[in-house]
Design a protein around this ligand. Structure first.
Ligand SMILES: NC(=O)C1=CN([C@@H]2O[C@H](COP(=O)(O)OP(=O)(O)OC[C@H]3O[C@@H](n4cnc5c(N)ncnc54)[C@H](OP(=O)(O)O)[C@@H]3O)[C@@H](O)[C@H]2O)C=CC1
Ligand SMILES: O=C1O[C@H](COP(=O)(O)O)[C@@H](O)[C@H](O)[C@H]1O
Length: 583
């Protein structure tokens, strides 16, 4: 819905709707209204109204026919969600984003390009600055050159970004320092204040793009020595959030010495992907889907992640975690939680997260029989030479670390009992893709069975949400082949985004960083969600490690270990991505 609204249409909506329905449009508005237009949007006369949210106290949004402001609506919104009220006035206040670990891979690959895209599209406030912080020595100039190489202009209509590029870089600064040094963070804070001094109030975001071993030290120093003296301070924490229940609890305990839950934004970048944000829209805004969303109609759900490259370059990190911790326990499980949750009371962050956590807590204990692990081996021939996982110098010799896993999970509740949710993730496979496949039961009665046969995979509906690449939603239906005979086939009702929408899809990091700026936590993970996710996976991870379970090897570039097919077959399922590559 948000993509269809212009700032004007939102204003109109706000003016014509009763106050209690402000929540949705203000969410949409946050997303799409460039920050610099807030000034324009702020002053509109509306009648006095009171926003009430279930379970929340009534909040007066505006009184005596005075003015309705974006800021006020954010307060109403947050009260509805039970999270902190964000009264930031972006027409006046400054914003500093500090990228801690500024010399690293994630910062260069994702964070700077996302910040630049937000700037180009007018989503950063007028008084913004970006600070890089890391141990590497760099001057501001060198930093600008360093990040300049990672920025691309993605404006359409041949618009030139050159000017924007220079202006953006002018607002970028670098401060070298140690991660555990309060003094160095004090120096950083001094420099931030220098740049922020043009405004009375400045807000600070710290993006912890660093290895987890130093999360706590940095959170401590940032909070003690570099919190904003005049505005709010928020901290984005990257995964991994621990390695198991115990280390997660320990990390939380340590971080909570310095940060409140309100300040913490635990990022799972899969939640920022376009198709994942659309998941709840597709289900809850479409009458043709919502009633079908249960064991009564759905045979199985598959969440598939595959990459056509190995851990090259990241083997050292990866070996300590493995694919279950790297992808399944977080990205894929979050997708299942969103997919399977009951309708939330509203779109407010806490309402959504309350429902997700119920799903996670309803999951049946995992058994080793429901897990298959694999590890890729090298492949050579046909002019191709691909290394195996163990060929990586940074991987310990003889490592049993899984680079592939498939897992069958079950949700023990009235809606989903008995429906297998099959999760599969692997590196060095045949293709790069991430998708959700929903396979429906066959139509009972069998009117066309003689034409369709008995194979449910060839005679029932499948809904596919392709998260990447080439975002699409398509529904496989049984259709009559045009002509005089009665021939049936399975064909697609196809919503391929690049054919339907002439827009550049924002990167997940853009969406998520913007949400942090707006204090919107819907797409961030709450601590109890992680606690539940670790409670599900910790016992099985321990068992795999303690019993030294040997991963089944598979060749680089293949479709993964055979065991994965047996696991699916045990539940009468065939992996949808294997049936046919184009399907
Ligand atoms: N890269 C990716 O694609 C993804 C990364 N992540 C997570 O994001 C975070 C950052 O990832 P990434 O950029 O790849 O990490 P890097 O390994 O590139 O580390 C980032 C920076 O931290 C500093 N650093 C590295 N190792 C250490 C160390 N042992 N002790 C102290 N400082 C160190 C280095 O800066 P300097 O030496 O200059 O101080 C480095 O440039 C991690 O938590 C990672 O798990 C999450 C999803 C994807
Ligand atoms: O979090 C991670 O995600 C990436 C895949 O992200 P994508 O957006 O490119 O699909 C994965 O390669 C990495 O191992 C993992 O840590």
């Amino acid at each position: 819905m948000s993509s269809l609204l212009t700032p004007d249409s939102i204003t109109l909506y706000a003016l014509t709707q009763p106050c209690s329905s402000l929540t949705r449009p203000t969410h949409a508005l946050r997303r799409i209204a460039p920050l610099r237009t807030h000034k324009v949007l702020r002053h509109h006369t509306v009648p006095s109204c009171v926003a009430t949210a279930p379970g929340a106290p009534a909040t007066e949004i505006s009184s005596n026919g005075s003015s309705y402001s974006v800021t006020d609506s954010i307060v109403a919104d947050d009260v509805a969600g039970g999270s902190s009220s964000d009264t930031t006035d972006w027409s006046n206040d400054a914003l500093s984003v500090v990228v801690v670990g500024a010399s690293g891979d994630l910062a260069k690959k994702k964070i700077y390009p996302a910040l630049f895209a937000l700037y180009v599209e007018g989503h950063l406030p007028e008084y913004f600055s970006i600070f890089g912080y890391a141990r590497s020595k760099m001057s501001d100039e060198e930093f600008r050159e360093y990040i300049g190489g990672s920025l691309t202009c993605r404006l359409s209509d041949g618009e030139n970004c050159g000017d924007k590029f220079d202006k953006f870089l002018e607002r970028c600064f670098y401060q070298p320092g140690q991660y555990a040094s309060e003094d160095d963070f004090k120096t950083l804070s001094g420099r931030l204040t220098e740049v922020e001094k043009e405004r009375e109030k400045a807000h600070r975001v710290f993006y912890l793009s660093i290895p987890p071993s130093i999360f706590t030290a940095v959170a401590g120093c940032a909070s003690t020595a570099a919190s904003s003296p005049s505005g709010w301070t928020r901290v984005i924490v990257e995964k991994p959030f621990g390695k198991d229940s115990e280390s997660f609890a320990q990390l939380e305990k340590e971080l909570s010495n310095f940060l409140t839950e309100d300040q913490m934004y635990r990022i799972d970048h899969y939640l920022g992907k376009e198709l994942i944000e659309n998941l709840t829209v597709l289900r809850f805004a479409n009458l043709v889907f919502e009633p079908l969303w249960s064991r009564q109609y759905i045979r199985n759900v598959q969440v598939i992640f595959s990459e056509d490259f190995g851990t090259e370059g990241r083997g050292g990190y990866f070996d300590q975690y493995g694919i279950i911790r790297d992808v399944i326990q977080n990205h894929l499980l979050q997708i299942v939680a969103l997919f399977a949750m009951e309708a939330p009371v509203s779109l407010a962050a806490e309402h959504i997260r309350n429902e997700k956590v119920k799903v996670l807590r309803s999951m049946k204990k995992l058994s080793l029989d429901d897990v298959v692990i694999g590890q890729y081996r090298g492949r050579s021939g046909g002019g191709v030479e691909k290394p195996g996982y163990l060929d990586d110098d940074t991987v310990p010799e003889g490592s049993l670390c899984p680079t592939f896993a498939s897992v069958a999970v079950f949700i023990n509740n009235a809606r989903w009992a008995g429906v297998p949710f099959l999760l599969k993730a692997g590196k060095a496979l045949a293709s790069r893709r991430a998708e959700i496949r929903v396979q429906f039961h066959q139509v009972p009665g069998g009117l066309y069975q003689d034409k369709l046969g008995h194979d449910p995979d060839r005679s029932s509906n499948e809904l596919v949400m392709r998260i990447q690449p080439d975002e699409a939603i398509y529904l496989k239906i049984i259709n009559k082949v045009p002509g005089l005979g009665l021939n049936l086939d399975v064909t697609k009702l196809d919503l391929t985004y690049k054919q339907r929408y002439n827009v550049h899809l924002p990167d997940a990091y853009e969406r998520l960083i913007l949400d942090v700026i707006h204090g919107d936590k819907r797409l961030f993970i709450r601590n109890d969600e992680l606690d539940a996710a670790w409670a599900l996976f910790t016992p099985i991870l321990k068992e795999i490690e303690e019993k030294k379970i040997q991963p089944e090897t598979y060749p680089y570039g293949s479709r993964g270990p055979i065991g994965s097919h047996y696991l699916a077959a045990k539940y009468g399922v065939r992996w949808g991505d294997i049936l046919s590559a184009e399907d």
